[in-house]
Write a protein that binds this ligand. Structure first.
Ligand code: RIB
Ligand code: CA
Length: 313
């Protein structure tokens, strides 16, 4: 089967970095048409820099990296240095990128790419706030029906929020953008905290990354060593949750994941629950089933896949 053509929209972020590495290590399943950076974990200048650092770490300077929106559609930017460090990629010491950004705004790259490929052949993989994706849909409504699928990391339901009691970070940063995407009619697969909090980098799993002995393996071990502090302190969890790599792992081995087709709507009015992904898990409304909301993962299978693929880089 031909590899799935994707655009990765991202705010690296250590977990974004691992998701990008997994995609670039899997050319038989994934054809990365481009990477679009968005403001999120850290400001845009850093997410655009970090995306290139990761491409160079993977030995893939051929991938176009475009800078996108530097703030949400209608709110001030909220960042997460408290989780990812001031660079957004704290942990390993990695060289500044030599590859340049590719000319052109990320939103225009998304629009142009969807118009250039046959309808239903390009998947969008947002790993950060949905500002770039929503901006593209609002600027060029004709591209919405051309999207094959959106597979995103964001939201939470039974697991509740990680940035507020009700909301997960990616959705909370730009709830209006999330509302535009979730109401677009594009088929969406959602990787919420409900599943990503089950993909934890325990010490044996971190040791397996380090035991690869490669630049990539050691860098991933150092990234997750740094990145785990926040979740260990907050949740008492046994390691860093690999949120974003659930997206790219799903594209390679969807059978590792399970979920339910439900309606998901975004809270944009209440300050108390702003950014909450309200999932109609028990079907008590007649709202459209707009999302496959993933709730479980075969964690051992996930980490076996990830470690095997990282070994290729
Ligand atoms: O809430 C976790 C999400 O927010 C992840 O995508 C992480 O990288 C941050 O963007
Ligand atoms: Ca992210």
């Amino acid at each position: 089967m031909a590899p799935r053509k994707i655009i990765i929209d991202t705010d690296p972020g250590q977990d974004d970095a691992v998701a990008i590495l997994l995609a670039l290590a899997s050319p038989d399943e994934i054809d990365v048409l481009g990477i679009t950076a968005v403001a999120g974990n850290v400001p845009l200048e850093l997410t655009a820099k970090n995306a290139r650092i990761v491409c160079e770490l993977a030995g893939h300077t051929d991938v176009p990296v475009h800078a996108g929106c530097d703030r949400p559609l209608s709110r001030p930017l909220i960042t997460a240095e408290h989780v990812h460090g001031k660079t957004g990629l704290d942990g390993p010491v990695l060289p500044a990128p030599q590859m340049a950004l590719t000319e052109g705004h990320a939103v225009d790259f998304i629009i142009d790419t969807l118009r250039a490929h046959d309808p239903g052949t390009v998947t969008l993989c947002p790993l950060g706030p949905l500002t770039n994706i929503a901006s593209a849909f609002l600027k060029a409504p004709d591209i919405v029906d051309r999207v094959q699928e959106i597979v995103l990391m964001g939201g939470a339901y039974f697991e509740v929020g990680n940035i507020t009691p009700a909301a997960e970070f990616n959705i909370y940063v730009d709830p209006e953008a999330a509302e535009t995407v979730f109401k677009s009619g594009v088929p969406i697969v959602v990787m919420p905290l409900d599943v990503t909090h089950k993909a934890l980098v325990t010490k044996p799993r971190n040791d397996a990354f380090r035991a690869l002995g490669s630049k990539v393996g050691i860098a991933v071990a150092e990234m997750t060593d740094f990145f785990e502090r926040f979740d260990k302190n907050k949740y008492g969890s046994s390691g860093a949750p690999l949120h974003d790599p659930c997206v790219t792992a799903y594209l390679i081995r969807p059978e590792l994941f399970s979920g339910r087709h439900v309606n998901v709507e975004i809270e944009t009015g209440s300050e108390l629950t702003l950014g909450m992904t309200v999932a109609d898990w028990w079907g008590v409304t007649d709202r459209p089933l707009n999302a496959l909301f993933i709730g479980d993962v075969d964690a051992d299978g996930f980490f076996d896949l990830l470690t095997e693929r990282l070994a290729r880089l």
